[in-house]
Ligand binder design. Structure first.
Ligand SMILES: NC(=O)c1ccc[n+]([C@@H]2O[C@H](COP(=O)([O-])OP(=O)(O)OC[C@H]3O[C@@H](n4cnc5c(N)ncnc54)[C@H](O)[C@@H]3O)[C@@H](O)[C@H]2O)c1
Ligand SMILES: [Zn+2]
Ligand SMILES: [Zn+2]
Length: 389
C-alpha cells in the first residue's frame, strides 16, 4: 500500500510499505477514506519529537471502512464506517475504566522508554514515535487498529467524511481545552493559537457558555475564521497581548487561558523566547514555552490555564510563583478521545457544529509531502489538510 513516511526533519515521502495485517484477535484493518495532517505531526516534521525512525508511517486523524476484523472483535463488522481516535486504549485497565483513555497503561509496548523520560508511560498513539508505541499511522491506504473494539466509533451515513473525520483528534482536543476551563456563563476565555485546535477550542468555549473569546494569532485567514465564530481577535505581532487583555478585562485578566500552540511558537523578540531558542539550539533545553508563560501571566487570580499545545520534555522559567500566589489551576492532557466521542458525535448530528468549516485543502495522498510544508508554513491560506487515499 501507499503511505506517508518520515525520513528526517522536513523529509516526508509517499511510498510503498507492506500492507498491515491483523496481529491480535481484537484488531481491525481499516481502508482509509480520509485522513488529515495535525499540528502535532508538524512537531515530528520539524524534528522535535524524539524516538522517530526513518520510514515510520505518520498520521493519527483517520477514518475509513472496516475491511477485516480479528476473531475476538465483537464490536465491528466488515463494511462498518468508523472514525479512529488517535489514542490507543484497552478499555479495561485502571485508567481506561476512569475514562482517562490517553493514560491507558497497556497500549504502549515502549513504556520503559517513556517511563525513563516522564516517570510513567501514557497510552500508545498512532504514528507518533517509538516513545509512544511505534504504531504505524493512518496517513496511508490501510491502517491496523489495535483494540478496535474500544477505539473506533461508527458514524451514520447521513454525515460526510469531512464532517466526522475530526472526531479522531482536533474536535475533542479543542472541546477538552474548553471543558478544562470550567466555564461559567459569561466568562472571558483567552485562546492562544487559531490553528485547527484553537478553532475548535473557540467554538467549544461558546458551546459551553463563554461570554467572550479572545483569540490570539497573527495569520490573517486564521484570525478571520476566529472572528467568524464570534471571537474578538488579537494579533501578537501587532500588539502587546498582556496589555490588551488587561484593557479588555478591566485589569483583572482572563477567566481562563488556553494554550493551543505548544512547543513551537512563533515569537517576537522577547527576552524569554530568545533564551529558549538558544537553549533548544544548543541542546540545553527541550521546549520553547513562550505561550504558556504568557497564558499564566494573563490569567486572572484563581483562573484556569488549560494546556493542549504539546510539549515534550523539560520546560524552563515557568512562572510558578505567579501561579501559586494567585491560585491558578492547571489542566492539560493528550486528549482521552474515546471519552468525548459519543457526546461530540451527537453535537454534530444535532447540527450544533459542522467541523468541516476548518478544511481548506483536499488532496490525494501523493500530495501529502508537499502539503506538510504548505501547512507548516501557513501558505496558500492553509488551515487544515484532508487527504483522500
Ligand atoms: N493535547 C492533544 O491531545 C493535542 C491534540 C492535537 C493537537 N495538539 C497540539 O495543539 C497545538 C496546535 O495544533 P494545530 O493543529 O492547531 O496546529 P497549528 O500549528 O496549525 O496551529 C498553531 C497556531 O498557533 C499560532 N501561533 C504561533 N505562535 C503563536 C504565539 N506566540 N501566540 C499565539 N499564536 C501563535 C500559529 O500561527 C498557528 O496558527 C500543537 O502543539 C499540537 O501538537 C494537541
Ligand atoms: Zn493530533
Ligand atoms: Zn487501558
Amino acid at each position: 500500500m501507499k503511505a506517508l513516511t518520515w525520513h528526517g526533519k522536513g523529509d516526508m515521502r509517499c511510498e510503498s510499505v507492506p500492507d498491515p495485517k491483523i496481529e491480535h484477535p481484537r484488531d481491525a484493518i481499516i481502508k482509509v477514506t480520509a485522513c488529515a495532517i495535525c499540528g502535532s505531526d508538524l512537531h515530528i516534521y520539524d524534528g522535535v519529537i524524539p524516538g522517530m525512525e526513518k520510514g515510520d508511517v505518520l498520521g493519527h486523524e483517520t477514518m475509513g471502512e472496516v475491511v477485516e476484523v480479528g476473531s475476538e472483535n465483537k464490536k465491528l463488522k466488515v463494511g462498518d464506517r468508523v472514525v479512529v481516535p488517535f489514542t490507543i486504549a484497552c478499555g479495561e485497565c485502571f485508567f481506561c475504566k476512569k475514562g482517562h483513555f490517553s493514560g491507558c497503561e497497556r497500549t504502549n509496548p515502549d513504556h520503559a522508554k517513556a517511563e525513563k523520560l516522564w516517570g510513567h508511560s501514557p497510552a500508545g498513539l498512532f504514528g507518533y514515535s517509538h516513545l509512544l508505541g511505534g504504531y504505524a499511522g493512518g496517513q496511508a491506504e490501510y491502517l491496523r487498529v489495535p483494540f478496535a473494539d474500544i477505539g473506533p466509533i461508527k458514524v451514520p451515513d447521513s454525515l460526510t467524511d469531512d464532517q466526522v473525520l475530526f472526531l479522531s483528534d482536533i474536535f475533542p482536543t479543542g472541546y477538552m481545552a474548553a471543558d478544562f476551563c470550567n466555564i461559567q456563563p459569561g466568562d472571558t476565555i483567552a485562546i492562544w493559537g487559531c490553528g485547527p485546535v484553537g478553532q475548535f477550542a473557540i467554538r467549544s468555549a461558546f458551546l459551553l457558555g463563554a461570554g467572550r473569546v479572545l483569540a490570539i494569532d497573527t495569520v490573517p485567514e486564521r484570525l478571520a475564521l476566529a472572528r467568524a465564530a464570534g471571537a474578538q481577535t488579537l494579533d501578537f505581532k501587532a500588539e502587546d497581548i498582556y496589555e490588551r487583555i488587561q484593557e479588555l478585562t478591566r485589569g483583572r485578566g482572563a477567566d481562563a487561558c488556553i494554550d493551543a500552540v505548544g512547543t513551537e511558537p512563533e515569537t517576537t523578540a522577547s527576552f524569554d523566547s530568545i533564551v529558549d531558542r538558544v537553549k533548544v539550539a544548543t541542546f540545553m533545553g527541550t521546549d520553547r514555552p513562550h505561550v504558556l508563560r504568557q497564558a499564566i501571566h494573563c490569567c486572572r487570580n484563581f483562573g484556569t490555564v488549560s494546556i493542549v499545545g504539546v510539549y515534550g520534555g523539560f520546560l524552563d522559567k515557568i512562572p510558578m510563583g505567579s501561579a501559586i500566589n494567585r491560585g491558578l489551576t492547571f489542566r492539560m492532557a493528550q486528549t482521552p478521545v474515546q471519552h468525548y466521542l459519543p457526546l461530540l458525535l451527537e453535537r454534530i448530528e444535532k447540527g450544533e457544529i459542522d467541523p468541516s468549516f476548518v478544511i481548506t485543502h483536499r488532496a490525494p495522498l501523493a500530495d501529502g509531502p508537499a502539503l506538510y510544508k504548505t501547512f507548516r508554513d501557513k501558505k496558500d491560506g492553509c488551515v487544515k489538510v484532508v487527504l483522500k487515499p
